[in-house]
Design a protein around this ligand. Structure first.
Ligand SMILES: [Zn+2]
Length: 222
């Protein structure tokens, strides 16, 4: 049991929640309903990564990240713990992949319930919050987009939320620029410091455009 890992876990959970609070404040429309917002709030506040406190996950994660000895056994134990974590936690996309016994049925990506799509984004985004660069998530996603297996509907919803985050960050950035010319203004909103200038089309590609055209934000409540 290490203090570093305990601190890391707390910091991670706090950052996941910060992302949720930011969405609640800045893009509340993505939740679709107050019920959905409360559900995500509750899940993140009380449930996010709770299983990492269980001995079967805690010890293996702690040893892997803070044990200073990555022996084959430590790596193997970590792999089992990570798989266990995915099985227990629906906010991971891997949780929703069904590997059928019948080869004809193959592998299916089931649709993720909407509350877990939002929690997954908050989870991914937490690393950007800790690094102080809220734009990093777009690059992160783009690098893994072809590897992350998602149901088409889930992907469209996910990308629509990412786009909403992107556009809001962009408009906040523009406001900061405008406010910067006004003495005394702007400083308070300068918490967000976008460091990367990017073209959303390059980063997220056509799928986003289709998601918007398809009016997917309207399906958010499903
Ligand atoms: Zn998790």
């Amino acid at each position: 049991m290490s203090i570093q890992y305990d601190e890391y876990l707390q910091q991670h959970k706090d950052a996941v929640y910060k992302g949720f609070l930011w969405m609640k404040e800045n893009i509340p429309e993505i939740f679709g309903s107050d019920d959905m917002m409360s559900k995500v709030d509750y899940n993140i506040k009380f449930g996010h990564d709770a299983s990492k406190e269980n001995p079967d996950e805690y010890q293996a994660y702690d040893a892997y990240f803070y044990g200073k000895n990555r022996s084959a056994q430590v790596v193997e134990d970590f792999n089992y713990a990570w798989l266990n974590h995915i099985h227990k936690n629906p906010h991971h996309w891997q949780h929703w992949i069904l590997h059928n016994d019948d080869p004809k049925e193959g592998v299916k990506c089931l649709e993720m319930p909407y509350e877990y799509i939002i929690e997954m984004i908050c989870d991914w985004w937490s690393f950007s919050w800790n690094k102080g660069n809220l734009w990093e998530i777009f690059e992160w996603y783009d690098e893994r987009r072809d590897h992350i297996m998602l149901n088409d509907i889930t992907r469209n919803k996910l990308q629509a939320i990412l786009l909403a985050i992107h556009d809001k960050l962009k408009s906040i950035e523009i406001n900061i620029d405008i406010n910067a010319n006004t003495p005394g203004a702007g400083a308070a909103s300068a918490v967000i410091e976008p460091k990367i200038e990017m073209n959303i089309n390059d980063i997220l590609g056509d799928a986003l455009g289709k998601a918007i055209q398809g009016g997917l934000m309207n399906n958010a409540a499903q």
